[in-house]
Design a protein. Structure first.
Length: 163
């Protein structure tokens, strides 16, 4: 049996189930509905953040509440991470994440991350420039639609989506 399979005993006998499928079945039996992120298809997110940044921690909590598993690595020098990830300067925010082979810069809403993982565009990553009020992890009210920018390996940016 591979790592992605497990044996479920009891009510189901000895049948192999995909971990995500078993988790989804348990959620449905409990009366819930699985989200895209709660299935086996949702890859883990690696988050690089400054250890003293509170809003980054709030974004981590937000993504966790939406079913993603996050691994956090505190870094004192985030500019090194951003340069290695080839995030264009105009998209820099406070934290940088990697999920499913893509870079996610800043306080990007979960819907944009799910869209990225579903569509698999030919991009290096996406970012929400700055730290807009009302974005996930940031206090205040949302004042306008968030413009999530896509970027390529060569640093070119274009609008990816509005949320």
């Amino acid at each position: 049996m591979t790592e992605s399979l497990m044996t479920v005993r009891g009510l189901y006998g000895r049948r192999p189930f995909l971990l995500g499928g078993a988790a989804s079945a348990a959620l449905i039996l409990a009366g819930g509905t699985p989200s895209i992120a709660k299935t086996a298809a949702a890859p883990p997110i690696k988050v690089y953040k400054d250890p003293n940044c509170g809003c980054c921690g709030q974004w981590v909590e937000y993504m966790t509440k939406h079913g993603f598993k996050l691994a956090v690595e505190n870094r004192d020098s985030m500019d090194v991470i951003k340069k290695m990830a080839r995030v264009p300067d105009e998209l820099w925010s406070c934290h940088t994440s990697v999920v499913g082979g893509y870079v996610v810069e800043g306080h990007v809403p979960v819907d944009a991350v799910r869209k990225l993982l579903k569509e698999k565009p030919k991009l290096k990553g996406i970012g929400l420039p700055g730290m807009p009020s009302g974005s996930p992890g940031m206090p205040g009210r949302k004042e306008a639609p968030f413009k999530i920018m896509g970027f390529s390996v060569d640093g070119k940016t274009k609008l990816y989506t509005r949320i």
